[in-house]
Design a protein around this ligand. Sequence first.
Ligand code: CP
Length: 306
Amino acid sequence: MKRDLISVHDLTRADLERYLTLAAHLDALSQAEKAKLLTGRVLGVLFYEPSTRTRLSFEAAICRLGGNPIGFAEATNASVAKGESLRDTARTVERYADAIVIRHPREGAARVVAEATRVPVINAGDGTNQHPSQTLLDLYTLQKFFGQLDGLKIALVGDLKYSRTVHSLVQALALYAGVDFTLVSPQTLRLPGHVREIGPVSRCAFRELETLQDALQTADVVYMTRVQKERFPDLLEYEKVKDAYCLNRAALEGARPQLKIMHPLPRVTEINADVDATPHAGYFEQVYNGLVMRQAILLDLLQVTP
Ligand code: CP
């Protein structure tokens, strides 16, 4: 049976551990030891939404494993612009490629592609729904920072309503024991019921705050998110909350040395550049870990043993 990576809902804790173990193994190998693992493989990379990290890290992962990516970075360059359906595009690409990585603005789009094709499909973000490869790289980063995930104290800050990254991460961390969640958001951007009330998340306790300062004192990790202009149906609502949280170096004065600031990126105003040089900044380590974890995901789904 083919393997896909569509939603964190489909994963068990054992699955998460398998990805984390494989990523750590790949991280310890030299580039030369990994360079031929996907020789002769062609991977479809279809991005219907803008991306820097996810698309380029998947493409870099493919290239560094010896494979070849094909695809498009915007749908206007493909026959999608002529009206081709998602299913027809997917059924076409599966005849050229051994797996498909897809980002799409519509919730459920990656599942549609997975059900329409016989090759492994990776959801690289579907609307406000899920971003499972981001979650796996976030878990890997957290594990590298803290040694384990059980008992972690995490504050999730910003746009908790539309952030697929937050939705997937909460669902994954709910599979670990004793994770302490603090949610920091404006009233209008709170974590939605359809995330809070399903599966293991429904058994988690959440502390809710509107200001950031308390979370900086108590959390192991403060996970910042961008308020995503492109998700708001009403731009007046966006204007009201766009600058709700602006973390700078001064706000971190006196913070515990082990506090880490994470962010899936891109950022706009929510983390000032003066935080980058502090020992708390963890977001560019996430970027590197994304390359490693996406190599692990590709090898796992294609059932290649390094
Ligand atoms: N974190 C993330 O998904 O970044 P991109 O939108 O640049 O891919």
